[in-house]
Write a protein that binds this ligand. Structure first.
Ligand SMILES: Nc1nc2c(ncn2[C@@H]2O[C@H](COP(=O)(O)OP(=O)(O)OP(=O)(O)O)[C@@H](O)[C@H]2O)c(=O)[nH]1
Ligand SMILES: [Mg+2]
Length: 320
């Protein structure tokens, strides 16, 4: 007999994998896993712990609480997630990938909110937008997250408020479409979001809870900010070379034009070129500006040729 509650939840045929990166999280991991089992009992799911060779009882606890455990090959938060994604796709045949930290900061009961949007074809990529408090997040982290998210929205054109949330879910085909990664560290979320937007995925946010951490943190505000700024520049170079080089070339060209303008003004007034060095500098800057812009055009052409446009699963509808 099917219980009423079960009958009302749409499970579709989707196979879900919840990927948890862990580095010495023996205190939080068992609680998190148990809550996920409870939250996803009506779904077809796997829990994958991607461990960075923890030296405490993290792995033992994960296995005891019925999670699958794999070990990342390299180091870093991002590398652990990529390892988990590859395992889920290659070995488990997962359709939807969900990320969650092992430190008890996220509420596993929020996971269905994210995956239902994907199963219901409303979105391809869903981010858990955190409601943070002074207890759950340091002030420097709150400010840093806001600044990074602002840059990502403005520069990378990803319309998400909480880009650094560790709770997000997406269709697994995104991973198959990614040929190479720019990071294996803290900024993986940023890279995934950018690539989701590039793949024309429908990205949405849902509100989720955010609790104080169990156990010791690994991330620092400065470390996260540097990792993200590096990836933002790399992503801009890869996804919008013309815009990035266009801005650089415009600045150089404008300075060249300014200096050149003064030289020409002097010439008109006095009939002689007084500052030969300024004239040479101006000519050089104008040439370099044009060269960089041309480089941007070529890079843009290469990017357009390489862009593999694999359409999202819901790019057309069978009904009106
Ligand atoms: N496998 C693996 N997991 C990692 C690594 N670094 C961090 N983690 C895990 O990634 C998750 C996020 O790390 P946190 O230290 O909580 O980072 P954060 O959430 O940005 O920072 P807090 O706000 O302090 O919690 C946790 O589950 C960590 O155990 C790593 O190098 N390898
Ligand atoms: Mg955390």
């Amino acid at each position: 007999m099917v219980l009423e509650r079960e009958a009302t939840i749409s499970t579709g045929d989707s196979k879900i994998a919840v990927i948890i990166p862990t580095l010495n999280e023996e205190k939080g991991i068992a609680v998190v896993i148990d809550k996920i089992h409870e939250a996803l009992k009506n779904y077809s799911y796997d829990i994958v712990v991607s461990d960075g060779r923890s030296t405490d009882k993290t792995v033992e606890n994960a296995l005891k609480h019925n999670a699958k455990v794999i070990y990342q090959r390299k180091k870093g938060y991002g590398d652990a997630l990529i390892a988990g994604y590859m395992y889920a796709i290659e070995e488990l045949g997962s359709d939807i990938l969900v990320n969650l930290d092992a430190d008890g900061t996220y509420e596993p009961n929020d996971i269905p909110k994210l995956i239902e949007k994907i199963i219901g074809n409303e979105a391809d990529y869903v981010v858990g937008k955190r409601t943070v408090s002074a207890e759950s997040m340091k002030r420097s982290h709150i400010v840093g997250n806001k600044a990074i998210s602002f840059l990502i929205r403005r520069l990378l054109k990803v319309n998400v408020t909480d880009t650094q949330s560790g709770l997000f879910a997406f269709r697994s085909y995104l991973i198959r479409n990614i040929e190479s990664w720019s990071t294996s560290g803290w900024a993986l979320n940023t890279e995934l979001l950018t690539k989701a937007a590039e793949n024309e995925m429908i990205i949405q946010e849902v509100n989720v809870a955010y609790y104080p951490r169990i156990g010791k943190a690994h991330n620092t505000t400065l470390g996260g900010a540097i990792a993200n700024l590096t990836v933002i520049i790399r992503m801009l170079r890869d996804t919008e070379p013309l815009r990035m080089l266009g801005i650089v070339s415009s600045i150089i060209f404008a300075v060249g034009l300014g200096i050149g303008g003064m030289v020409v003004y002097d010439f008109v007034q006095t009939g002689v070129v007084k500052h030969t060095s300024s004239a040479i500098l101006s000519a050089l800057l104008l040439i370099v500006g044009v060269q960089i812009f041309s480089l941007g055009l070529v890079a843009d052409m290469i990017k357009r040729r390489q862009l593999r446009r694999i359409r999202p699963a819901n790019s057309y509808y069978l009904e009106r």
